[in-house]
Structure formats: structure tokens, C-alpha cells
Design a protein around this ligand. Structure first.
Ligand code: BGC
Length: 744
């Protein structure tokens, strides 16, 4: 096939950039799109079709135009590659794209994919931290900034958002998600999809998103990454699938199948999950990519004897594209020959890939993302850095603030800045930080010295993150003694969370806790600024340190964002998206647990309790303090009997009873008291953020529909059941006021 034939075919059918998203394509646009896709498909050989279902990774140094393995370039030339990941930069992607569109027979452009998880060059807080903002618009904006930078650097596709619900903080990948709650997780999944994709995939500021890892991956037993999951149908539907469904409904362009085996069948070969639920029940029209090598890993799982069987399982389950596995390339032809799969199935998967290429506008201009000048101008724009700073300060959670240690007086004479995180630029951007670089980070030390003057900051590292070395303790304690205030910057190193970064002991690592406790003994005003990719066990430090601010892994603008909060320029407003356990032995611990037949407390015998620790966590889901206080009053419902004909309205007065303005996240929880299956003690059903001036009162209202009261019943059918419900409204999942109603 020569270029002329292709161009003729494309122009006859009027192929242009198509301004649609996966879900939103209106009928006509959808028809046109399908026509265009088919016009290409009809010209392709079987080998070329299978090539579109293959994704390879770039190798080695990824920051610039290094030579790829020759066989890789040959594969592109031979039409055996539909997409590449880990090829970065406008210049490099142009070079590789050129091979696809100028040297392959069909000249079909490649899609470049990359893990743009919390920023591309401007790094935002890790997703878990960002989720603590409960700020839907902010989260969407952050994703748009990331998409804009990534697109400018030649990328078309991010492997984000990760929407796995995670309830075991030992699992290192909790940092990539939205925490433990399906409702919050769903709203944030939608926001991130909107942020990455916008309404027009051919726009310069948008890229394809990917809901991953489908499904159940976050349930890894014992919190060990890649490990088995065993999830009941009810929990799958109620807890793990909702954020995926929300992402699909928001039009997410792609899904990624997970590594884990789920109830005995690896997710990547799980027909029930992909074919039955995703593609049939949810009528999902996007494309499903495997995780890295997850097709052939089914051999190691022990469910396939060889690549042929693994390919059979994955393809028949509905995985369209093989990420860096080469299984489809080698096995789909044999599977077709042996009638294990059909040409129609192959065509259907290829269509799903080609659709995306059209939507991105790549057939119109395959180099549209490959402009080095635009790339240079776009990365690290001041407005992006400001957005990252705002996202970071909104993500911080004030866990404790005894005697109002915070905010610090900007006129403070001397500050001891102690700890391994105080000046650790790389640790501020953490894992999955795209092309972010430590050199662009403003650390806490740097910003503090700028604000106060270097002479007022007495810095001592004190200890490493995890090296067991105590030789720095003496200098740290001496520095602390000389200062009026101690800022202790401790926690996890940036790479202690993320993929394959499970930890069995989730205390503050190494000897850090020992030093923190020594510092606290000095009795000075002290704030612990905690850096962490997951909830940590803070029970000991909580008992002695007067103020604790959770900063997660805050990103490029760590220092300025932290100083904004420490000195009161920004009143902290973050709320925990995941429970902080009191002790390791409570894990998994989450707020929407079941009641059991013997709910109880430590001092009661024959109750659901521990002998040695309380049942309650240290900090519950939804928890976070402010420099002001909020009071909740006058909770009322527009009806005590709810028939579902018109929405139930729930109103509450929220008052700022303190002396400064502040932002509160008002949380609505509901409990169904009697169901055909046992129901959680409460479930988040809504939240609203509001800014209140000192002394101000606002009435907040929520509307509840029958849908909000629905769940999967005893027969796994979705619906609401009549009966009594309790409504809880408050500042976190534990501190609420209550009312009741009956559904008739
Ligand atoms: C991870 C995915 C990621 C992929 C590509 C895998 O190891 O599980 O989340 O998108 O690699 O980098």
C-alpha cells in the first residue's frame, strides 16, 4: 500500500481531527468517526492490525533522543507497534513518530503514553494528598496542568487516574489513589478524567486518561503489592468498582487491567470483569490496555501454561492492547488460525485503538504534539507553579494543634529546622513524578530562609530517613535548644511509597521517631511537619508533639505551600481521605465498616474489640483541623417520611466560631439501619466546601435521592429498600450530629 492510496482513502472520507470524547461523541460525529476508522481498517493486513494492539516501551535514558533498540525501530517500520510508552519530549517523540508515519506501510501514527500521575514537569502533591483537599475543581485543574505540560512534551495518553480503593496503608500504591472511600474516590475520578481529557481530545491541553488498575488491585492481601485479592461480589460492586464506573461514565478513554488475581482469576484474563461488566453491562466504548507484561504474567500466576494460553485468556477477556508483553504480536495469529478468536474480535479491538488516534487528531497532524518551542514555553509556567502551590496547601491536613502552636508568628526570632525532609528536594516530588526534577523544587529550608532571613533558621538534619544513624541527634538537639520554635520535618522518603513499595511497619521509619520524641521533651513550641505517601502510625508522637501537620509528598512548590500554612497566610483545610490507624494491628481499618453482632469497646468482655488497643483509629476518615473552629447546628430534613418522589432535603447551619476565616468541608453520611444485607455503620453521600468568615453562619443543604440510598441487595440487585435511615452531618466521619427519616 503506498502513501497515495492511504491519503486518498483518508481524504475521501474527510478524516480530520475529531472533536469528541469517548463518551460524548454525538450520533453524527460518532457515525463519521466510525466511518473513518473503518476506512483505515479495511486497508490493513492482519499483521498490521495486530501491530496496533501492541505497545512497546522506550528503553534506557528517557530524558532525550537516545537510540532505541534497532529491532524496536524495525518493529515500528514493520507496522508492529500501535503505541509506545516512556518516550519523552517533543523532539524525541517527533523522531519516533516520523518512523511510523513516513516509513511504515500504513503510516498510522503512534500514540505515546506515559505515567503522568501528579504532574509532568510541575509536580503537584501525590494523588492521595491532593485528595485530602476534597477540592473537585482544584483536582480537575491539577490534571489539566499535567495534561497541558505532557501534551507539550509529545504525550497523548496518561496512565492515570489510578482509582483503586485502598484500605491497607501498608500497600505502597495508596499514594497514587484517592484513599478508602468509594464516593470520594468516584467524584475525584471524574474530576481527574475531566481534567486530563477536557471536552475535546484534539485540544492542545488535553490527553487521554486511563482508569487503572481494573480491578481490585488495591485490595492486595496483607498490603503486599501484586498480591492476591479475594473480594466478594457485593464488596466488588459496592467498594471497588464505583470509581471505575464513575470514570467510565465521565468518558475516560482507556482502562488498564490489573496485575492481581481476583477470586482466582487474574484481572487481565478476567472475562467477567472486562467483557461482562465493563464492555457489556457498562457498554464501555474505550480501549483496554493490559498492565506492563500482565498478560504473560498469567503464566506465573499459574493460570496459563504458555503465552498462547495467556493471550487467549486476555484477548477473550477483552484486553485490547498488550503493554510491553509481545504476547499479542506472537500469539494472536495462532489463536486466530485455531479459531480461538475471530477476525471480528481483532477488528473490534483495532477500532478501539484507531478511534483514539482520530480523536487525538493524529491522522490530521501526527506531529501536533511535537513542537520544541512550545514545549519549552509551556513547562513550569509560573501559573502552573502557582496552581501546584495552591493544590499543596489545600492538601495539608492539620492533625493536631495544642496550645495553638500554629500558626507561627512571622516575627519569630529563631527557628530550629530539624529533619531529613527539611531540605530534601527529590523527596518532595516522590514517586511517579513524571519528568519532575529536584532542582525545580523549593524546599522548606529554602523558603523558610527566604521568608525569615537565613540568620534566623538554625538547620540540622538530625537523622536520615531510614539509615539508623544517630550521630546527628546531638547537633539537632543543640540547635533546637537555641531556638524559640522547632519545625521538625520528618517522615517517609519520597520513594518509600509507590509501586512495589509496600511496608510491613508503617511507623515513621528509622530512628526518626526517637529524635522527634527527644525534641518534644524540650518542651518548646514544636510542629512536626510530616511527609508521607501513606497513613503512618503516629500514636507515640501524637501523645507528645504539640502540633502535627501532614504534608504528604507536596511536590515542586513544597516550601512555599508549607510556609503559607505554617505562618497562617493560608488556613489549613485538608481532611483525611484515609483513616490513620492507632496501631498496626487494626489494619485494614476504615470508617464504613459493618457493625457486627457485638460492636463494643475495650472494657467490655465478649465484644468485638482488642485486649490491648482501642477499636478507634488515631485520626478518622474525613478528619482535619483548622486555625478556627466550626459548630454544627439545626440539622433538619424537609420530611421525616421519604417516598422518593421528590428529593429529600437536608439542611444544617455551620458557624465559624473562631477568630479567623476558614474553609470547612461539610460531610454528609447516611446509615441504612436494616437491610437485606448488612449495611455499613455510615457511608459518605455528599460533601460541600465552604469558606466562612470569623463568626459567620451559613446554611448548607444536601439533596438525597433514592439512588443515593441504593445498594446491591441480597440478590446483587441495585436498589433502595424501605426502612429507617440515620443522617449524620459533621466535620469528620466521627464528629457528627444526627437526624433520621424513613423511606416508604
Ligand atoms: C504499573 C502501571 C503503569 C505501568 C507503566 C506498571 O508497572 O502498574 O500503573 O502505568 O507500569 O509504567
Amino acid at each position: 500500500m503506498n502513501k497515495i492510496i492511504i491519503l486518498a482513502a483518508l481524504s475521501i472520507l474527510g478524516i480530520t481531527a475529531c472533536k469528541t470524547t469517548v463518551r460524548q461523541a454525538p450520533d453524527n460525529a460518532e457515525k463519521n468517526l466510525n466511518k473513518r476508522v473503518d476506512s483505515v481498517l479495511v486497508l490493513m493486513t492482519l499483521e498490521e492490525k495486530i501491530g496496533q494492539l501492541n505497545q512497546f516501551s522506550g528503553d534506557g535514558e528517557l530524558t532525550g533522543p537516545v537510540a532505541l533498540r534497532p529491532d524496536l525501530l524495525k518493529s515500528i517500520r514493520d507496522g508492529k507497534v500501535g503505541s509506545m510508552l516512556n518516550i519523552n519530549g517533543a523532539e524525541y517523540t517527533r523522531k519516533i513518530q516520523k518512523i511510523a508515519v513516513e516509513q511504515s506501510r500504513m503510516k498510522i501514527p503512534l500514540i505515546f503514553g506515559y505515567d503522568v500521575i501528579h504532574g509532568y514537569k510541575t509536580i503537584f502533591p501525590i494523588p492521595l494528598g491532593e485528595s485530602a483537599s476534597w477540592d473537585i475543581e482544584g483536582v480537575e485543574k491539577a490534571a489539566r496542568v499535567a495534561a497541558t505540560e505532557a501534551a507539550a512534551a509529545g504525550q497523548h495518553w496518561t496512565f492515570a487516574p489510578m482509582v483503586d480503593i485502598a484500605r491497607d496503608p501498608r500497600w505502597g500504591r495508596v499514594m497514587e489513589g484517592s484513599g478508602e472511600d468509594p464516593y470520594l474516590g468516584s467524584r475525584l475520578a471524574e474530576a481527574r478524567v475531566r481534567g486530563f481529557q477536557g471536552t475535546d481530545l484534539s485540544d492542545k491541553t488535553t490527553i487521554l486518561a486511563c482508569a487503572k488498575h481494573y480491578a481490585g488491585y488495591g485490595n492486595a492481601q496483607a498490603g503486599r503489592d501484586y498480591y492476591t485479592t479475594d473480594i466478594s461480589e457485593n464488596s466488588l460492586r459496592e467498594i471497588y468498582l464505583p470509581p471505575f464506573k464513575a470514570a467510565a461514565e465521565a468518558g475516560v478513554a482507556t482502562f488498564m487491567s490489573a496485575f492481581n488475581d481476583l477470586n482466582g482469576i487474574p484481572a487481565t484474563g478476567n472475562k467477567y470483569l472486562i467483557h461482562d461488566i465493563l464492555k457489556t453491562e457498562w457498554a464501555y466504548k474505550g480501549m483496554v490496555v493490559s498492565d506492563w507484561g500482565s498478560i504473560s504474567e498469567m503464566i506465573i500466576h499459574g493460570i496459563a501454561g504458555n503465552n498462547y494460553e495467556a493471550g487467549d485468556l486476555a484477548f477473550n477477556a477483552g484486553v485490547d492492547m498488550d503493554m510491553e508483553g509481545s504476547v499479542y504480536l506472537t500469539e494472536l495469529p495462532n489463536l486466530l488460525k485455531n479459531s480461538k478468536i475471530t477476525t471480528a474480535q481483532i477488528d473490534e479491538s483495532v477500532r478501539r485503538v484507531l478511534r483514539l488516534k482520530f480523536m487525538l487528531g493524529l491522522f490530521d497532524d501526527p506531529y501536533r504534539y511535537c513542537n520544541t518551542d512550545y514545549e519549552k514555553k509551556t513547562l513550569l509556567k509560573p501559573e502552573f507553579l502557582n496552581a501546584a502551590r495552591d493544590a499543596a496547601r489545600k492538601s495539608f491536613v492539620l492533625l493536631k494543634n495544642d496550645k495553638q502552636v500554629l500558626p507561627l508568628n512571622p516575627a519569630v526570632k529563631s527557628v530550629a529546622l530539624i529533619g531529613p525532609a527539611a531540605d530534601a528536594a527529590n523527596d518532595m516530588i516522590g514517586n511517579w513524578s513524571g519528568r519532575g526534577e529536584g532542582k525545580d523544587v523549593i524546599t522548606l529550608k529554602k523558603e523558610l530562609e527566604t521568608r525569615l532571613g537565613a540568620g534566623k533558621v538554625i538547620y540540622a538534619r538530625g537523622a536520615g530517613f531510614n539509615d539508623g544513624e544517630k550521630s546527628g541527634f546531638a547537633a539537632a538537639l543543640a540547635a533546637a535548644r537555641r531556638a524559640d520554635v522547632i519545625i521538625a520535618a520528618f517522615g517517609e522518603a519520597g520513594m518509600m511509597s509507590g509501586e512495589s513499595m509496600s511496608r510491613a511497619d508503617i511507623g515513621i521509619p528509622g530512628v526518626q521517631e526517637e529524635l522527634i520524641l527527644e525534641l518534644a521533651k524540650l518542651g518548646k513550641p514544636m510542629v512536626l511537619v510530616l511527609f508521607n505517601g501513606r497513613p503512618l502510625i503516629l500514636t507515640k508522637v501524637n501523645a507528645t508533639v504539640p502540633a502535627i501537620l501532614d504534608a504528604w509528598i507536596p511536590g515542586t512548590m513544597a516550601g512555599p505551600a508549607l510556609c503559607d500554612v505554617l505562618f497562617g497566610d493560608y488556613n489549613p483545610s485538608g481532611k483525611l481521605p484515609i483513616t490513620f490507624p492507632y496501631a498496626l494491628g487494626q489494619i485494614p481499618i476504615f470508617y464504613d465498616h459493618k457493625n457486627s453482632g457485638r460492636p463494643g469497646s475495650q472494657d467490655q468482655k465478649y465484644k468485638s474489640r482488642y485486649l490491648d488497643i482501642p477499636n478507634d483509629p488515631l485520626y478518622p476518615f474525613g478528619y482535619g483541623l483548622s486555625y478556627t473552629q466550626f459548630a454544627y447546628n439545626n440539622l433538619n430534613l424537609n420530611a421525616s417520611i421519604f417516598t422518593g418522589d421528590k428529593p429529600l432535603e437536608i439542611r444544617v447551619d455551620v458557624k465559624n466560631t473562631g477568630l479567623v476565616a476558614g474553609t470547612e468541608t461539610v460531610q454528609l453520611y447516611i446509615r441504612d439501619l436494616v437491610g437485606s444485607v448488612t449495611r455499613p455503620v455510615k457511608e459518605l453521600k455528599g460533601f460541600k466546601k465552604l469558606i466562612l468568615k470569623a463568626g459567620e453562619v451559613q446554611t448548607i443543604s444536601f439533596t438525597v435521592t433514592k439512588e443515593d440510598l441504593s445498594f446491591y441487595n441480597r440478590n446483587n440487585i441495585w436498589g433502595a429498600e424501605p426502612g429507617k435511615f440515620t443522617v449524620f452531618v459533621g466535620t469528620n466521619s466521627q464528629n457528627t450530629i444526627e437526624a433520621g427519616f424513613e423511606l416508604k
